[in-house]
Design a protein around this ligand. Structure first.
Ligand SMILES: [Zn+2]
Length: 405
């Protein structure tokens, strides 16, 4: 068995410096904000992996796309490390400073849709697998890369991956963290509140029940009960949970008493809370605001199908410590432990019992913007970290792996 310094040396000899830039460019040049495009990006990645001598399989994701799963096998053992990234992007915009799919390189940066979110991360992971394979490091646990479909459209790819029963000791999601470690984010849950009144001519309001007026008083009530209640809870890193009312729709004509008003609300929730408790507190608050109203609280169906729990892994978890140590060794810089506002696939893996952190190249504040780009130096550094971390986790007999979700 090789020690970390020896592993770093042979990986350094086998990690091709052009690999990550070239593969990122190839992936960016295939638009993948549509299902067809995603499948073409999947094919580009498969071709790269296969040419590096790595076997891949495809997993169908409902009727929206495919996950590409690449495995470096070992004779025995559970999967040691699962590297996970998404192949889809948000759509381009006409205001981008460089053509969105040209992957233009200028002054050490690559520009275009998907460079930071997150084709750069996927390319770094794939090149890391290629380096571990080329270095012929004897693995005692398999190393797996899952490039998933449709993360931007409801986390469908990773949900399919966990439903298929994938197991791994640890996982890393390659979203853009500027090479820091994101160990926590809030969960999300969404509800629709449907208020039903009775229609009447506006000249005879006593014959009707105004659903908009009732919804208004329910919303006032929610602000007086749920909002302050949320402020009474807090997490050392994530702060308070928050509620939001995002849409409202009601009435059919300006001269009628409206018989229906619907608003959509969400909660960004903390570890320790649950969808059942959230639904119960919304229902109780709605009832106490308007006891006589005919109201139903309906969870948005996609959240019933794929719950969105928080991510929360301890700062001293061996996964966090080992990845931070490898990052410091290779970059000379101690990574920050961060929390995020945004939801990630990491929470779905953690829910499936796989301890997970988010670590990848690029600046998340550029994701989904016109200025999306990535520093080439971060692409290479990420590939080095992924390769060495994977080699350590999957080749060492003595790792203290697993340790809860
Ligand atoms: Zn992303």
């Amino acid at each position: 068995m090789l020690n970390t310094d020896e592993l770093a040396e042979i990986i350094g000899e086998h990690l091709d410096p052009n690999c990550v830039n070239a593969l990122t460019q190839q992936l960016v040049s295939v638009p993948s904000h549509t299902a067809e495009g995603e499948e073409q990006a999947a094919a580009v990645l498969e071709k790269f992996l296969q040419s590096a001598g790595i076997s891949t399989t495809r997993q169908q994701v409902e009727d929206v796309g495919v996950n590409v799963i690449a495995t470096l096998p070992s004779a025995t053992g559970n999967v040691g490390l699962l590297l996970n990234g998404h192949l889809d992007t948000v759509p381009p915009s006409s205001a981008m400073p460089f053509p969105p799919f040209a992957a233009t390189i200028e002054d050490g940066k690559m520009w275009g849709r998907g460079t930071a979110d997150m084709k750069g991360g996927i390319a770094a992971m794939a090149c890391a697998l290629a380096a571990v394979r080329a270095a012929d490091i004897p693995l005692v646990r398999p190393l797996v890369l899952a490039a998933v479909a449709s993360e931007e459209r409801g986390n469908l790819g990773t949900a399919a991956l966990t439903r298929s029963g994938i197991r791994a000791e640890w996982a890393v999601i390659g979203e853009a963290t500027d090479l820091n470690l994101v160990t926590s984010h809030k969960g999300v849950d969404r509800y629709r509140v449907i208020v039903e009144g009775r229609a009447a001519h506006e000249s005879m309001p006593d014959l009707g029940i105004n659903a908009i007026t009732q919804a208004a008083s329910i919303i006032t009530g929610l602000h007086e009960t749920l909002w302050p209640e949320a402020k009474r809870h807090s997490h050392p890193v994530l702060g308070h949970p928050t509620y939001n009312i995002g849409t409202i729709e009601g009435g059919t004509s300006r001269n009628m008493i409206p018989d229906r008003c619907v608003f959509q609300m969400s909660k960004r929730w903390l570890p320790g809370d649950s969808p059942e408790a959230i639904r119960a507190e919304i229902e109780a608050a709605v009832r106490s605001a308007e006891p006589e109203a005919k109201v139903s609280v309906v969870r948005e169906p996609e959240f019933d199908r794929i719950p969105h729990p928080p991510l929360d892994i301890a700062a001293d978890h061996p996964l966090v410590r080992t990845l931070a140590t490898v990052t410091t060794q290779l970059t000379g810089r101690t990574p920050r432990l961060d929390s995020w506002g945004a939801f990630t696939d990491g929470a779905l893996l953690q829910e499936a019992g796989i301890p997970t952190v988010i670590f990848g190249p690029g600046d998340v504040s550029l994701a989904h913007t016109d200025d999306e780009h990535i520093e080439l130096s971060q692409l290479m550094a990420a590939a080095e970290v992924y390769a060495l971390f994977a080699a350590v986790v999957c080749s060492s007999e003595e790792m203290e792996l697993g340790q809860g979700g």
